[in-house]
Design a protein around this ligand. Structure first.
Ligand code: NAP
Length: 258
């Protein structure tokens, strides 16, 4: 029997891209799913119905704005009404569009508001979401937390300074969380991807250029797809990764060495 059967995953940003692929993987392995959406309520409800019908697990969706991280508390209170425990938490959601203006830009056009928004959505949302998850995991004897990062904090990506620096901060925050939550039997890790073909990347003005370069630089000869981080995320929540804590697992088809 799958170790995930009957366990509960909470994930932010499950309506599209990498988050949707991760919750689908966990649902296939029998986990119950509580996930958040921001704008796409209709899609979120369709996913709930699809999961409950096809995977026979419990699924629920909740509205969340990661630019208001404190609102995570209310979301977890709602989750408490439907799920008896939280076993895994994955901080995945990312902002795009207007809120990243001045944050997604060349260095000389960076502005505090856009940079702060990206930091809030990336680091502060991880902190508050993980605190709420950890309180529940502790009562349950432990759990696993995973943050989604990107290799744009290690290699140059045009306009990516705001995201790259926030992802770097996120990865250090994960190490602090891992150190302090270890005593509660809660492990905290990162899975980091290279460029992945999702809505977030398609909004980049130089999307076609990034795509061509990613294919050329990846030894496996293709662009990353939304599902390419799901297996790694599942592994970092599984018992098989019991001795991995405070680490970053890179899943990029080998492109970061090129
Ligand atoms: N794409 C890449 O190249 C890549 C590579 C490595 C790592 N990553 C990381 O992977 C994660 C997911 O990225 P993605 O490419 O899958 O993104 P995406 O396709 O743009 O999906 C973003 C998700 O976040 C939600 N969201 C957007 N604004 C929000 C807000 N203000 N508050 C709460 N939720 C919000 C969206 O919900 P709605 O649909 O309801 O708006 C959606 O579910 C991010 O952490 C990203 O940095 C991406």
């Amino acid at each position: 029997m799958s170790e995930f059967k009957g366990k509960t995953l909470v994930l932010s940003g499950g309506t599209r891209g990498i988050g949707k692929a991760i919750i689908t993987k966990f649902a296939q392995f029998g986990a119950n799913i509580a996930f958040t959406y921001n704008n796409n309520e209709e899609e979120a409800k369709a996913i709930v119905s699809d999961f409950e019908t096809n995977y026979r697990i419990k699924a629920r969706c909740y509205k969340l704005d990661i630019l208001e991280p404190e609102t995570y508390k209310g979301v977890f209170e709602e989750i408490d009404k439907e799920f008896s425990c939280v076993d895994y938490f994955i901080s995945n959601a990312i902002i795009s569009g207007r809120p990243v203006v001045g944050g997604f830009a060349p260095f000389m056009r960076l502005k505090p508001k856009g940079l702060n928004n990206i930091y809030t959505a990336t680091v502060l949302a991880f902190v508050i979401g993980s605190q709420e998850a950890a309180k529940r995991m502790e009562k349950n004897g432990g759990g696993a937390i995973v943050a989604i990062s990107s290799t744009g904090n290690q290699t140059y990506i045009e306009n990516y300074a705001g995201h790259g620096t926030s992802k770097a901060a996120l990865e250090i925050m994960v190490k602090y969380a891992a150190y302090e939550l270890g005593a509660k039997n809660i492990r905290v890790n990162v899975i980091s991807g290279g460029p992945i073909d999702t809505d977030a990347l398609r909004k980049f003005p130089n999307y076609e250029e990034i795509k061509a370069s990613a294919i050329a630089r990846t030894p496996l000869g293709r662009m990353g797809q939304a599902g390419d981080l799901a297996g790694g995320a599942l592994f970092l929540c599984s018992k098989d990764s019991y001795w991995i804590n405070g680490q970053t697992l890179i899943a990029d088809g080998g492109s970061s060495f090129s």
